[in-house]
Design a protein around this ligand. Sequence first.
Ligand code: P6P
Length: 334
Amino acid sequence: MNKVNLGLPIGTPLDRFINKKQEEFPYATGELSQLLRDIGLAGKIINQEVNKSGLLDITGEYGNKNVQGEEQQKLDVIANIRFTRSLRNGGQVCAIISEEDEEIIHLNPHCRYVVAMDPLDGSSNIDVNVSIGTIFSIYRRVSPVGGPVQEEDVLQKGTNQVAAGYILYGSSTMMVYTTGHGVHGFTLEPSLGEFMLSKADMKYPEGGNIYSINEGSWHSFDEGTKQYVNDCKEKGLTARYIGSLVADYHRNMLKGGIYIYPATKKAPNGKLRLLYECNALAFIAEQAGGAATDGRQRVLEIEPTAFHQRSPFYIGSKEMVEHAMGFTKSSVLE
Ligand code: P6P
């Protein structure tokens, strides 16, 4: 039997897929399965909000800045509340680290799982109807169950992830996740309110000819990134940049390509956050046969030292990421 997608047919509901996958692991307690279902539920709730955002007063700025100093959008705050509530009610999570909260959100100390999340990435695109996404990463806590969650439970390397995924609120809404046994995509069937298997065992195509980077920041790129972008142009590759990480990532995984958010003079460690953006997508990318680096090393090997630390990010088709690293490995930001 094909271990990866168990031969489950396209159209299999997410809950049934998760249950069948759990049967592969005799010692599974069902906690991770329940947690994935809780995330799916929150995604359906947020999808409702996102789809109505033009009609309700939930677009635009909330009037606060998040821990990153970025203007919180109303839907950012709503998504953070919805996810936190769904994970609290689901009863499988001991703590959350969220882009929208500076400190750890402590839930049930008797649970084993920690969730790192960006509840709604790309939120500045909400008002102009461009695709946005939720990104999540799941770890087992390292401190004793029952005791208070410690920083070490959250500051774990990406290689420790037990699951990761994203929800893309686009022309259709998709949930894509991995538990380390392939990457599977589920499309929301709105009339049923169910995520249904639409892409089993997703893999990058060999190679790729799309590069995604905000060339408006060209003058503040490091020399190596500039040389790589010039190389892409000389080869006549296609430039595609939506400005919404999940949307750019998803397209590049399906069609072959690389997404880059490098270190810049304005953001010397890059813009994207290691724990709940880079690590989650890096786990998915590697499971799909791709790669993810910070320009010098595998993202999943980076030892986190702060909840909201940033990292330069090069992610996509393995050969494109490796080719880019040939330019950036010894490049320094002037
Ligand atoms: P820039 C959105 O704010 C985000 O975090 C990613 O979704 C997106 O790829 C990137 O920032 C866009 O940043 O600086 O190019 O506008």
